[in-house]
Design a protein around this ligand. Structure first.
Ligand code: IMP
Length: 175
């Protein structure tokens, strides 16, 4: 069987330019105050890496990991915490960094969970959003791009763990 082709949806330069804009907004909004960036693994690793390079020394980086897809392409609706954050977020500003908001289930669960730990504020940065797929509304303060309801890969996003290394967002065209 031949390798599927990947059609570019958002190229690397466009991604980087938008991430720089989001970082400018974040710097302005937090204005040097301590800020914990919490990357949602694994999909956000490249977005968080590129975003944080534009930020200052007020930033602390942490990660958590959920599981709800179990390698498939559609959500099961059940969100489990596989790896929790290491830092104490009580009383500090927290920015959850996500790759994509699809149904909204994951982020809505994480907002409830992290909210119980009493952060000073809890906001969301997501590289992508598929508004048509939404089942639970979640407020995304810093959004990279809205896309159509298609399954995308690259720049951290996977299809059964493949394609995360691509520097762009693409759509898998099965041959
Ligand atoms: P939600 O809970 O349905 O919003 O799903 C969020 C998670 O599903 C994301 O963090 C991704 O890991 C995964 N996901 C949703 N859509 C896609 C996609 O198009 N490609 C790859 N992963 C996706």
């Amino acid at each position: 069987m031949s390798e599927p082709t990947i059609e570019v949806l958002i190229d690397a330069n466009t991604l980087q330019a938008r991430i720089a804009e989001l970082a400018t907004q974040i710097r302005k909004d937090y204005d040097g105050k301590p800020l914990v960036l919490v990357g949602v693994l694994k999909g956000s690793f490249l977005f968080l890496a590129d975003l944080c390079k534009h930020l200052d020394n007020n930033v602390i980086i942490d990660f958590l990991q959920t599981s709800s897809y179990h390698g498939g392409r559609s959500t099961t609706g059940v969100v489990q915490i596989r790896k929790d954050v290491d830092v104490n977020i009580e009383g500090v500003d927290v920015l959850l960094v996500e790759d994509i908001v699809d149904t909204g289930t994951t982020l809505s669960h994480l907002i409830d969970l992290l909210g119980t730990r009493k952060p000073a504020s809890l906001k969301i940065a997501s590289l992508l959003s598929k508004p048509e797929a939404r089942r639970v509304e979640v407020p995304v303060e810093y959004l990279g791009f809205e896309i159509e309801n298609v399954f995308v890969v690259g720049y951290g996003l996977d299809d059964a763990e493949k394609y995360r290394q691509l520097p762009y967002i693409g759509v898998v065209k099965d041959s």
